[in-house]
Every structure is written in structure tokens, then in C-alpha cells.
Design a protein around this ligand. Structure first.
Ligand SMILES: Cc1cc2nc3c(=O)[nH]c(=O)nc-3n(C[C@H](O)[C@H](O)[C@H](O)COP(=O)(O)OP(=O)(O)OC[C@H]3O[C@@H](n4cnc5c(N)ncnc54)[C@H](O)[C@@H]3O)c2cc1C
Length: 385
């Protein structure tokens, strides 16, 4: 099979746009189809751990992210009263900062602007109506009535991927893990320089710097699978999840006043077994590996997928070998993130029930996983060139 020159990416999220930048930089003609007719990126932030920044550096956009965001060296652990328990600096990948907190909207704009700058075509309000693997291409029909042939189609359409359902059937679906996360953007308290992980008896609070003057506060709580959260009460429900906390969290809790600014998400996980491709259709990002955000590594994995894929596209002309190598390079790291995140959730739930085995050390597991994620992802040949 021949070389990859023309690619369709379904989904214009972090994974899809990063892949568009990475492929365009290797000279591949890339189209992104986003089903929403307007971008609706929600108004809180995201943690960019050092390994994510390193791969954004490969895409040439790390400096823009650092300019918009707020660097922080690691995590301060607090008890519910607000006493500092310990301080854990997080590891650095190459010379990148340990962490950068950034608004999701700023990150999206940077990825979108750079996709277009490098020559990708980004179309809104469009998706596929037909995807068919053929001998040497993928034939795709769109909801606009157009059709085309591509050397590769990439499903980067998130945890409820329709490309996944279309190509692999409905066997693989995300599982709810018994927790939900409530996030709210607010002004940065004076002197805040670290991320905060605050452990209560029933809930956890997470404080993340997001920009020079802003943070977002997260409440993590045990929740029921199909809990109905009335939209006009989200602020009260989030405050309720934080009522056991004193100290800084108690002060921040009082700023949660607007239900429209609360972003609630049930936490889910999915790890699709290898291979993530059939014929010339490949899935990346949350479509194949999505986890509760205990490690803050979901977007990092999606961006890594983009970088590894583009590197292989430039070096490996046989598509079967290319896709097999992609799987070899991606499956173990994805497994590490999803499995560790799910374990951390289970341990938090046990802790809240007073049943956590005292021999288990979640903060050590957290640190080891982040350290592992700073290991290089590109193969030796590429790093040496
Ligand atoms: C509560 C929470 C906190 C998180 N915090 C962090 C963090 O701090 N750090 C971190 O690294 N990660 C974090 N993550 C994970 C991160 O948000 C995801 O891993 C990342 O957004 C995945 O990107 P993606 O492009 O694969 O999917 P998505 O971001 O879901 O993007 C998919 C895109 O595809 C579009 N789409 C869907 N279906 C179709 C279709 N049929 N046709 C065309 N387009 C379609 C969607 O509209 C969307 O634009 C967090 C996740 C959650 C839930």
C-alpha cells in the first residue's frame, strides 16, 4: 500500500486539531470535519503536564500556550481544614515547565489558528454519512452530500465516537466510574503558586491555576450513574459538594454563584484494546482512551497520538506497518494512564468509605505515573535526527 498524502480527521477537538497541525507540518493534506456548526468549548481550564508541553513543542505551539497560561511547579496537598500536608513537585519533560494551566478556550484557539496557518481545511457543521474501506483508500460521504477518497480517515470524535460505532460496532462504550467532577472558573487568590489537592472525608477539591489572574476550582464527589443535575441549581449543588472544607476552599466556595458557569461531568473510562484501526480508518484520543482526570493526562495522550502518527507517516511508507507501529507506540502509555486513573478513583471512593488499605499509597502512584509519562514517546531514530 502507498504513501499517505490526503487525510480526513473527523472531530475538531484537542486530538483532531493537534493531528491536523502535526500532519500538515509533514506535508500531508488534511481536512477536519467538526459536527458542531459553532465552537462550544466550555469556560474552564486544563492542566498541561510537562509531557503535554513537550509534544506541543513538537507542534510548535508550546510557547503560545505558556504565554496564555500559568505555570506551576506541582501540587500542594491539604486536609479538609486547609492545613498543608505535603508539597509534591511534578517531574519535568526535557526543559519544559512541570505544569501549565490554561483556559480550554485559549488552547482551542491556539490549535485552531495553527491548523489553519499550516494549511489544514477546517469545516464546521459537517460529519460523515458513509465510511467505506476500499482497496487503496477510504471512501467517505458527508452530511452535506459531498463525497471523497482519502488515504487515511482518523476518528478523533471523542468518547462517544460515531466513527468507532460505525467501524467497530457498539461493543466498546465508556463506563461510568462512580464519581462526578464540578468545575468553576474564578479569580486567582493572592499568592497562589501551586496547584492544590484538598482531601475531605467525602469529597475532594482541586485548585488549578489557569492564567495570570485566573484559576478553576473542581469538586470531585461520589455520584450516581444517572443522577439528574438541574441546570439552574448547579451552583448550589457544587457548593454542597464543598461544604465540608475550611481554609482556602471555603473562601472560594462562596464565589460559586452562577449556575451557567458550573461545568458538571460524570467521570467515565474507556480503553479500547489494540488495534484501534480497521483498514485505513484509525481512532485516536478519547475515542479509544479516555479516563477520569485524576492524572490530568487525557489531552496529553491525544496530543501524543497526533505527534507519533505524524512522525510515522513521514517515515513509514507501508500503511499496514505504519498502523501496527502506531499501536506498538501508543497502547502501553494509554493503558498506564487509564488504569492508574481508574485505580486512583477506586482508592478515593474506598477512602471516603473509610475502607482504604493503609498499605496503598495513592500519592506515590500518582507521582510514579507522571514520572513515567515524561519518558520520550518518539523513536530513537527520530530523536537522533
Ligand atoms: C472533567 C475533565 C477534566 C479533564 N482535565 C484534563 C486535564 O487537566 N488535562 C488533560 O490533559 N486532560 C484532561 N481531560 C481530558 C481531555 O479533556 C480529553 O482527553 C481531550 O479533550 C480529548 O480530546 P479529543 O479531541 O480526543 O476529544 P474531544 O475533546 O471530545 O473532541 C471531540 C470533537 O469531535 C467532535 N465530534 C464528535 N462527534 C463528531 C462527529 N460524529 N463528527 C464530527 N465531529 C464530531 C466534538 O464536537 C468535539 O469537537 C479532562 C477530562 C474531563 C472529563
Amino acid at each position: 500500500m502507498g504513501e499517505i498524502k490526503k487525510v480526513l480527521i473527523v472531530g475538531g477537538g484537542i486530538g483532531g486539531l493537534s493531528t491536523a497541525i502535526a500532519l500538515q507540518k509533514k506535508g500531508v493534506q488534511t481536512e477536519v470535519w467538526e459536527k458542531n456548526s459553532e465552537w462550544n468549548v466550555y469556560g474552564v481550564g486544563i492542566i498541561q503536564a510537562s509531557n503535554q508541553l513537550r509534544e506541543l513543542g513538537v507542534l510548535g505551539v508550546a510557547d503560545e500556550c505558556l504565554a496564555k497560561g500559568c505555570e506551576f511547579p506541582g501540587w500542594r496537598f491539604y486536609n479538609a481544614k486547609g492545613d498543608v500536608l505535603t508539597e509534591v513537585p511534578t517531574p519535568r519533560a526535557d526543559n519544559y515547565p512541570a505544569n501549565n494551566g490554561i483556559s480550554r478556550r485559549d488552547l482551542h484557539q491556539i490549535l485552531l489558528d495553527n491548523s489553519i496557518k499550516y494549511g489544514a481545511t477546517v469545516k464546521m457543521g459537517i460529519t460523515f454519512s458513509k465510511i467505506e474501506n476500499r482497496e487503496d483508500c477510504v471512501y467517505v460521504e458527508s452530511t452535506e452530500g459531498t463525497s471523497g477518497e482519502y488515504d487515511l480517515v482518523i476518528g478523533a470524535d471523542g468518547v462517544r465516537s460515531q466513527v468507532r460505532s460505525k467501524v467497530f460496532g457498539n461493543e466498546y462504550q465508556p463506563n461510568f466510574v462512580g464519581q462526578g467532577g464540578w468545575r468553576y472558573p474564578m479569580a486567582k487568590p493572592e499568592g497562589l503558586e501551586w496547584g492544590g489537592l484538598v482531601y475531605g472525608e467525602k469529597n475532594k477539591a482541586v485548585i488549578v491555576p489557569m492564567g495570570p489572574d485566573s484559576i478553576y476550582l473542581t469538586a470531585v464527589s461520589p455520584e450516581a450513574r444517572d443522577a439528574h443535575m438541574p441546570e439552574d441549581q448547579l451552583h448550589e449543588l457544587m457548593r454542597d459538594r464543598l461544604k465540608e472544607f475550611g481554609g482556602m476552599v471555603a473562601e472560594l466556595r462562596e464565589k460559586i454563584v452562577d449556575p451557567k458557569q458550573v461545568v458538571y461531568r460524570p467521570y467515565e473510562e474507556i480503553l479500547m484494546p489494540s488495534p484501534w484501526y480497521r483498514g485505513r480508518v484509525l481512532l485516536i484520543g478519547d475515542a479509544v482512551h479516555s479516563s477520569p482526570p485524576q492524572l490530568g493526562q487525557g489531552a496529553a495522550l491525544a496530543i501524543e497520538d497526533a505527534v507519533v502518527l505524524a512522525d510515522l507517516v513521514a517515515r513509514e511508507k507501508d500503511i499496514d506497518r505504519l498502523l501496527a507501529k502506531f499501536m506498538e507506540q501508543r497502547i502501553e502509555r494509554s493503558k498506564l494512564v487509564v488504569e492508574t486513573s481508574v485505580n486512583l478513583v477506586e482508592w478515593e471512593k474506598l477512602d471516603w468509605e473509610g475502607k482504604l488499605d493503609p498499605n496503598i499509597n495513592p500519592s506515590a502512584t500518582f507521582g510514579q505515573a507522571l514520572k513515567k509519562m515524561t519518558e520520550p514517546i518518539l523513536q530513537k531514530e527520530t530523536l537522533e535526527n
